[in-house]
Design a protein around this ligand. Structure first.
Ligand code: GLC
Length: 439
């Protein structure tokens, strides 16, 4: 397939995704029991047999994916990506290729199946995160690997393993996930590192299989990237492993992402809600709802998506504080999501008081800073037909106040009369003003 055709196909595949802008990441696995993050096995160099005690007790009897789906929907999230298997190797699905799976725990059920059914029923698209690393599989390199929990276990030195056996296993599991659960919208591979990039995963074969099984699916870029860089999706010569979108982690690209030739790159920034992906009850450093809203707006204004993570407990519940934050985000989304869905960069200069997002002739002014008096709108002088507050349809006045005569380059919008009146309380998080531009 030629470059042009490839780019067109990619644009087609990612269209719904970029319209959606906002997703839910779910990191859930055995690591919810120790509650010190999903890397705990590696950090603490826990031998496999010790870690398996969590497997023997896994019983999330309050798992209610319908509730999770309702929470995601209320928050305004349009898709959700679940860790079907994280680096620990534990499978939340009923795989024919391993015993280390949820159906073999005291809980005994296929958690992925229930997730898929519940989210689809709420009209939320479903994605699967799948770890390329596997700290449980016998044929995954252990001793001397950079990250493996038993990297320093001398007893494993020189142990024979056949990486191809692992790769067969990994490919087979991806096949299961993309065959047994209906239409899957996203596959989120994680991640590549020294000695494990693209072709080392038999990536070409893998990508071909994924595309064959799920022609519409979108694939992230970590089959050849790790978060430190985003791989060849950033270039004008994307490789077969490049995937459909870049995934910046815990950072919003300062100017969005474009290739050297100026082609827009689909991207999704992923964020934790506190500072951990997996359930970590002692980490109380939560982001506020207001912060999340503003950052979602920032991603949108730079043509990117945001996926925010929740970390369910070992009992299967979303922690109360996480629910509370999402509920607040959802209240704002209820009134303002039109300024997010289907929106992107405005093409105008970034205003001092916040940001613009845009969809066609609708320009959304996100006022995130308190203002005094009329709001100066850069770039649109003479172009605005009408202005309404998005939350309630309230008419905003387009008039140049008498104090603005020195600033002829701007259009001005006012909360009411008199001309310089300020309703400063309005600007607490993000008051959105919908500006209809003249055609
Ligand atoms: C990192 C971590 C992982 C997390 C992921 C999410 O690559 O390995 O724990 O799942 O980022 O982006």
């Amino acid at each position: 397939m030629g470059y042009q055709e490839y780019m067109e196909e990619r644009a087609k595949r990612t269209e719904w995704f970029l319209d959606a802008r906002f997703g839910m990441f779910i990191h859930w696995g055995l690591y919810a029991i120790p509650g010190r993050g999903e890397w705990i096995q590696s950090y603490e160099e826990t031998p496999k047999k010790d870690y398996e005690t969590y497997f023997e007790e896994w019983n999330p009897d309050r798992y209610d994916p319908k509730e999770w789906a309702r929470i995601a929907k209320q928050a305004g999230m349009k898709y959700a990506v679940l860790t079907t298997k994280h680096h620990e190797g534990f499978c939340l699905f009923d795989s024919a290729y391993t015993e280390f799976k949820s159906t073999n725990t005291p809980y005994g059920r296929d958690l992925v199946r229930e997730f898929v059914d519940a989210f689809r029923a709420e009209g939320i698209r479903v994605g699967f995160y799948y770890s390329l690393l596997d700290w449980h599989h016998e044929d995954y390199p252990a001793y001397g690997d950079m990250y493996h929990p038993e990297r320093n276990n001398e007893a494993l030195k020189g142990k024979q393993h056949d990486f191809n056996v692992y790769l067969d296993y990994m490919h087979n599991q991806v096949r299961e996930l993309l065959t047994n659960y209906g239409k899957i919208d996203i596959i989120w591979f994680d991640f590549s590192y020294e000695g494990h990039f693209g072709k080392d995963w038999r990536g070409e074969e893998l990508i071909k299989m994924v595309r064959e099984l799920q022609p519409g699916i979108i694939i992230n870029g970590r089959l050849e990237a790790n978060g430190e860089d985003y791989g060849t999706v950033m270039t004008d010569e994307p490789s077969i492993y490049s995937g459909d979108f870049a995934c910046p982690e815990m950072i919003i690209p300062p100017y969005g992402l474009k290739t050297p030739n100026g082609v827009q790159i689909p991207w999704e920034a992923c964020f934790t809600l506190n500072n951990n992906w997996g359930y970590t009850p002692n980490d109380k450093h939560y982001k506020t709802a207001s912060q999340i809203i503003k950052k979602l707006v920032e991603c949108t204004s730079k043509n990117g998506n945001m996926i925010i993570n929740i970390s369910p407990t070992a009992k299967g519940e979303i922690p109360r504080q996480q629910k509370e934050i999402l509920r607040e985000v959802g209240e704002w989304m209820h009134e303002n999501s039109e300024s997010i869905y289907g929106c992107g960069a405005s093409g105008f200069e970034k205003p001092e008081w916040g940001r613009y997002t845009r969809k066609g002739n609708k320009l959304y002014a996100h006022v995130t800073e308190e203002v005094i008096g009329a709001i100066a709108l850069p770039g649109v002088n003479g172009m605005v037909e009408k202005a309404r507050r998005l939350s309630d349809g309230y008419e905003m006045l387009l008039l140049t106040p008498w104090v603005a005569k020195e600033f002829p380059g701007y259009a001005f919008v006012n909360y009411g009369t008199p001309e310089c009146f300020s309703f400063s309380v309005e600007e607490k998080t993000d008051t959105v003003i919908e500006l209809t531009l003249k055609k």
